[in-house]
Ligand binder design. Sequence first.
Ligand SMILES: *[C@@H]1O[C@H](CO)[C@@H](O)[C@H](O)[C@H]1NC(C)=O
Ligand SMILES: *[C@@H]1O[C@H](CO)[C@@H](O)[C@H](O)[C@H]1NC(C)=O
Ligand SMILES: *[C@@H]1O[C@H](CO)[C@@H](O)[C@H](O)[C@H]1NC(C)=O
Ligand SMILES: *[C@@H]1O[C@H](CO)[C@@H](O)[C@H](O)[C@H]1NC(C)=O
Ligand SMILES: *[C@@H]1O[C@H](CO)[C@@H](O)[C@H](O)[C@H]1NC(C)=O
Ligand SMILES: *[C@@H]1O[C@H](CO)[C@@H](O)[C@H](O)[C@H]1NC(C)=O
Ligand SMILES: *[C@@H]1O[C@H](CO)[C@@H](O)[C@H](O)[C@H]1NC(C)=O
Length: 453
Amino acid sequence: MAQPPNGRGYYVKMKLLHKHGRPHLQDKNCFYRYYKWLLWLSLSLYFFTSYLISNNHVKPPSQNNTTTHVSRALIQSNHTTPPHALSTLGSFKYLKVFVYDLPPKYNTDWLSNERCSKHLFASEVAIHRALLTSEVRTFDPYEADFFFVPVYVSCNFSTVNGFPAIGHARSLIASAVNLISSEYPFWNRSRGSDHVFVASHDFGSCFHTLEDVAVADGVPEIMRNSIVLQTFGVVHDHPCQKVEHVVIPPYVSPESLQDTIQNFPLNGRRDIWVFFRGKMEVHPKNVSGRFYSKKVRTEIWRKFNGDRRFYLQRHRFAGYQSEIARSVFCLCPLGWAPWSPRLVESVALGCVPVVIADGIRLPFLSAVKWSEISVTVAEKDVGRLAEILERVEATNLSSIQRKLWDPATRRALLFNSQVQEGDATWHVLRALSEKLDRSYRSSRVSRQLNLDT
Ligand SMILES: *[C@@H]1O[C@H](CO)[C@@H](O)[C@H](O)[C@H]1NC(C)=O
Ligand SMILES: *[C@@H]1O[C@H](CO)[C@@H](O)[C@H](O)[C@H]1NC(C)=O
Ligand SMILES: *[C@@H]1O[C@H](CO)[C@@H](O)[C@H](O)[C@H]1NC(C)=O
Ligand SMILES: *[C@@H]1O[C@H](CO)[C@@H](O)[C@H](O)[C@H]1NC(C)=O
Ligand SMILES: *[C@@H]1O[C@H](CO)[C@@H](O)[C@H](O)[C@H]1NC(C)=O
Ligand SMILES: *[C@@H]1O[C@H](CO)[C@@H](O)[C@H](O)[C@H]1NC(C)=O
Ligand SMILES: *[C@@H]1O[C@H](CO)[C@@H](O)[C@H](O)[C@H]1NC(C)=O
């Protein structure tokens, strides 16, 4: 029997088979008739339930407290695609996001420095921009499922080292929350649980770049109920992810990648076997326990700097993207935090990422099959890197590359200035649409569904 187009029909059939027991195989004719009847019945049931389900959206909830959202969630709980509230056209029919219009000191003032919208933490800017023109945006906060609070905290670049100083982040966010909670009723009614923030830097929602301080400070009290979009993510318990969060990729400008790809096509010549460019301290110091993470890089340097197949560079170079595009394997070892923009750049430029960061939680697991497009090496095995990569090259490199070069994979990690189906902001919206149970509106009986098709 052909596999029905989705799990719904399959489920119905399985249930039927179960109910009636297995058909007797001795009587072929009877079996055939029974089988045909069963097929007919399951097909009609399938179309009937599909009809019911699709019409469920149109009918107002018959009972006070049974919200359509809940019933839809139950019916579709076994569906991977399409996810909740996601129509087949790839748009988010039922999702509504209200974007607070905050005074410019919270966001756009920072754009006077043009690095603000381009550097690796710029997803806070990119997501805001994309939402402003997105079809999910609503201007009526009463019909919103989620409330986006656009505060840019990563653009106060230090004049000394060029890194963003985020010491002001907590007070800036607190001030923004104070403003919205006094001017609008929405924060208070949900205690912020349907409000969305971006925290795109190291240890995101803890707002400190040193892990021990970040851990000691924890997530600011005011944000603890909210949804935080953050680059930081580990699979184990961590105080900086004790908040509802969505792991997002770091920001890399799609335009710069496009320029690189034009000169270095994905399937072009890759004359570098293993590439890494970045800080590798020869004598790492133990600064508040950060020692350990840098140690991995130091070990790579010590062990493989003499190996001609490894192209390891310790200094900044503006043209490094072309080096990635010329490489087969790109090392993505942890630095101060487990993640780095290398991961996105490697995927976007078709270089197989070699993830060396124990316990890292990667973004958009449902869209990006990380285990099929990257190589993971445990931190303790870093000394065996050459051996491990030789084996991958000999066995499954071409299948990894084929999946890696799939445009859908590469698109999922990039933020565009307008939401494009399948891009990073789109996946953020998809993640939000799976959290509709946090939506005050969706949990109300009086929820008005958007009925136009
Ligand atoms: C909800 O139910 C109550 C009583 O069961 C009824 O009085 C009320 O009008 C209902 N509200 C809506 C919005 O249907
Ligand atoms: C609806 O839910 C409220 C609590 O959420 C409950 O008090 C009320 O009895 C429920 N009404 C119906 C009609 O189930
Ligand atoms: C989803 O389907 C799988 C089999 O396809 C089944 O094992 C699982 O229990 C189902 N889950 C739910 C929530 O129905
Ligand atoms: C920016 O960071 C510096 C520390 O590097 C701090 O002194 C200054 O107050 C911050 N600026 C704002 C506007 O928060
Ligand atoms: C929300 O709660 C805060 C603190 O309890 C209060 O100061 C503020 O006025 C409330 N906002 C609204 C709109 O009622
Ligand atoms: C590194 O520093 C941390 C915190 O300062 C300390 O707990 C740890 O023992 C140090 N490790 C080594 C190897 O010196
Ligand atoms: C490559 O092959 C090895 C075994 O030969 C397997 O363990 C590994 O998961 C494969 N990797 C990918 C990304 O397919």
